[in-house]
Design a protein around this ligand. Sequence first.
Ligand SMILES: C[S@@+](CC[C@H](N)C(=O)[O-])C[C@H]1O[C@@H](n2cnc3c(N)ncnc32)[C@H](O)[C@@H]1O
Length: 201
Amino acid sequence: MKRLRDFFEDLAERWDEQQPIGRHRVLQDLLAPFAAELRAAQAILEVGTGTGALVPCLQERAPAARLISIDLAHAMLRRARQRCPGAMLVQADVHRLPFIHSSCAFDVVVCHNSFPHFADMPAALRELARVLKPAGRMLILHDLSREQVNAIHSSAGPPVQHDLLPPGPEMRQMLVRADFTGVEVQDAKNHYVATGYRRES
Ligand SMILES: C[S@@+](CC[C@H](N)C(=O)[O-])C[C@H]1O[C@@H](n2cnc3c(N)ncnc32)[C@H](O)[C@@H]1O
């Protein structure tokens, strides 16, 4: 985990310049199918915010929500702070979230371009299910196809070369095993979106 964190600490300085121009529009479009849920949400958790590219999009879509964005890498969060001075940013690992009480539960969890990096994906999903409200929505979003994401990671060398997005059926099974219902996976030409609802017990 330390090697992964160090990798992203080093990458923080270069991350934004590696992103395409007009990304804000692309990210808004990625969130568009979830507009109603985001607008109605009281609390949203974003995991792996990096330099906070998605934060303004989430703030626009969910102006009433308490939005907390977490990341493993402090240098990423420092950049996110420059982009979004008022944002709630927390350094945390998705496998051990610092949200203990049910009063902290979230209506929506968003993992944008971060899921493949989770060292133990099933455990991370269980932890995210824990902090979701019953019937809360899990959104795993990528603004590139699975092939593109996996090609970028495979050629990036250690420690991310094996951080691959699973094929649709595998992702579906992982979400179902973590007790999500209504699971949908879109493994499309220009995006990858996996969603589910936390089972109401
Ligand atoms: C590829 S970057 C994406 C950043 C941002 N979402 C974007 O698309 O611009 C992945 C981010 O996930 C974070 N990350 C990786 N593993 C994590 C973990 N276990 N817990 C929290 N954040 C993690 C990394 O530090 C990094 O900032």
